[in-house]
Design a protein around this ligand. Structure first.
Ligand code: ZN
Length: 123
């Protein structure tokens, strides 16, 4: 299966993915630093479960946020890896070439718009 992208498009997406990765990594680092403080406070309060409960809510919000960032980071790494393979830029469901403007907006895209919509509707 030949690649759907020109070398120029390929290079552009790769640099965009690397930039996106840096952004997410920084956000994740900031998030984890904040969480470290919360975890420390929680450890101090661990003897008193009633205080702990208040902090639990904060912790869950933080956890959800860093989970989302981790998923995003995984998607980007995934896209970077797939970018090096010949099938990149093709829909994983119907093998149609994914339009470059879609890839530019969303380099992690695995599917053409039709299949993506179908996948999201089925969920
Ligand atoms: Zn498709």
């Amino acid at each position: 299966m030949s690649t759907a992208l020109t070398p120029g498009q390929h290079a552009l997406l790769e640099s965009e993915l690397r930039l996106a990765r840096q952004r997410v990594e920084l956000a994740l680092k900031a998030q984890l630093d904040g969480q470290g403080r919360v975890a420390h406070a929680a450890a101090l309060l661990a003897d008193d479960p009633s205080d702990w409960r208040e902090h639990e809510a904060d912790r869950e919000v933080d956890q959800a946020r860093s989970d989302r960032l981790l998923v995003e980071l995984g998607d980007i790494d995934d896209a970077l890896m797939r970018l090096r393979q010949p099938g990149y830029g093709r829909c994983i469901d119907c093998a149609a070439v994914i339009p470059f403007d879609r890839l530019q907006r969303q380099p992690q895209a695995l599917r053409c718009l039709d299949c993506q919509t179908a996948a999201e509707t089925a969920r």
